[in-house]
Design a protein around this ligand. Structure first.
Ligand code: MG
Length: 384
């Protein structure tokens, strides 16, 4: 049984406001449309995917669909009904057995939901995902609350909606342009027996600007996180500048090292590399390489942040502790925190910066060197 997913992305997204139509707006680092395309193109029950787009949206579509193997898009009409019709007609020359029709504004459909709709199509020509209504329902007029509406037999209908292709194509061809809300309504109008399978509360439709904000918050909350730690120690010697956290601190001694020997940035670099399971700072930047002679350690930190970004990660928080008998760190803390915020592209509130001594104990306690530890938390792109 050949099954095509038809993704309807032909709306102008007017209710959402903003410059970009909602189906192309970025959500968790991907255009809204891309979320369902990524799911359908990877799903074993789906043989091909076609998108119905609005007139003039081709460049937005090309960007959102980059790198995916899709059937060429078709242009929709003035209403959702007309757009779906155009999509179905475009498949009619080489008709699939089944079609799943999905609204691009629902980016969070799951693979299991596709399975349920697809499985029910073995026994029914029209299948809709539905979720129960849990809130009490009342009819209203103006501010007046009127009678109770019995909710026991009411459901909320979602997409993807599954159909036997020939049946839904015939239904659309014969349906009047009444602005049907969805294809299940077209199927019911045409007399097809329509059944429902369990939908998903997460399969929300992004309609209002606040839906978008809620979806972003949900993605951030659900994103996988990892921590990483880094530790560094350098010896204090005469004739060197003292640089900590990217800030030069006036002192008669400086840290010895091949680069500028900024222990704070070295510890942070290793912590970020640790969070992504990458090799340590000494492997990336060997201390015999003349390129790193007296190099500002921000170069190393930037490299670690680039590797993190390549792996879909974002730094959320960094916590640094400096151990130094002298000089006093407290007078320089504000400048160091501002420098770290700039280098890490984090708000200052997301940076911990503490300093202490070793109470005269050991090499650090004798003032022979300075040590720093760093702990970072990174959030990774939700796999969807
Ligand atoms: Mg070091």
């Amino acid at each position: 049984m050949r099954c095509v997913a038809l993704v309807v992305a032909a709306g102008q997204g007017i209710r959402m406001g903003g410059e970009i139509p909602k189906q192309y707006r970025p959500l968790g680092g991907r255009p809204v449309l891309r979320w369902s395309l990524d799911l359908f193109t990877c799903h074993p029950a789906i043989d091909a995917v076609r998108v119905v787009i609005a007139e003039g949206h081709r460049p937005l579509y090309e960007e959102a669909a980059a790198g995916l193997a899709l059937l060429s898009p078709v242009t929709g009409g003035a209403t959702r009904q007309a757009s779906v019709r155009a999509g179905l007609e475009s498949l009619a020359g080489d008709p699939p057995d089944l079609v799943l029709i999905h609204d691009a504004a629902r980016p969070f459909l799951s693979s299991a939901l596709v399975d349920r709709v697809r499985a029910a199509l073995d026994h029914h020509p029209a299948v809709l995902p539905a979720v129960p209504v849990v809130d009490s329902l009342r009819r209203t007029r103006g501010e007046r609350v009127l009678e109770d509406v019995e909710r026991a037999d009411l459901v909320r209908i979602q997409t993807p909606q599954g159909f036997v292709f020939g049946a839904i194509l015939d239904a659309h061809r014969s349906a009047p342009p009444l602005g049907f809300g969805d294809d299940g309504a077209v199927a019911a109008w045409a007399g097809l027996p329509v059944v429902h399978v369990p939908g998903e509360e997460d399969n929300v439709k992004l309609t209002l600007p606040e839906d978008f904000a809620t979806a972003e918050r949900r993605l951030i909350a659900a994103a996988p996180r990892r921590t990483g730690q880094g530790i560094d120690v350098h010896r204090l010697v005469p004739g060197r500048r003292l640089v900590l956290g990217g800030v030069e601190i006036p002192f008669e001694l400086g840290l010895e090292g091949h680069s500028d020997a900024d222990v704070v940035l070295h510890a942070l670099t290793d912590a970020i590399l640790g969070a992504i399971g990458a090799d340590d700072i000494g492997t990336w930047f060997p201390n015999h390489d003349p390129r790193w002679k007296d190099a500002p350690s921000a170069v190393f930190l930037r490299h670690a942040l680039e590797l993190l970004a390549e792996r879909g990660g974002v730094l959320e928080h960094a916590d640094v502790t400096i151990l130094a008998e002298r000089p006093k760190i407290a007078p320089h803390r504000a400048a160091m925190r501002a420098s770290l915020a700039r280098l890490l592209e984090l708000p200052e509130a997301a940076i911990g910066l503490k300093a202490g001594t070793c109470e005269g104990l050991g090499a650090i306690g004798r003032g022979e060197g300075i040590a720093a530890t760093a702990l970072v938390t990174c959030r990774f792109r939700n796999p969807g």
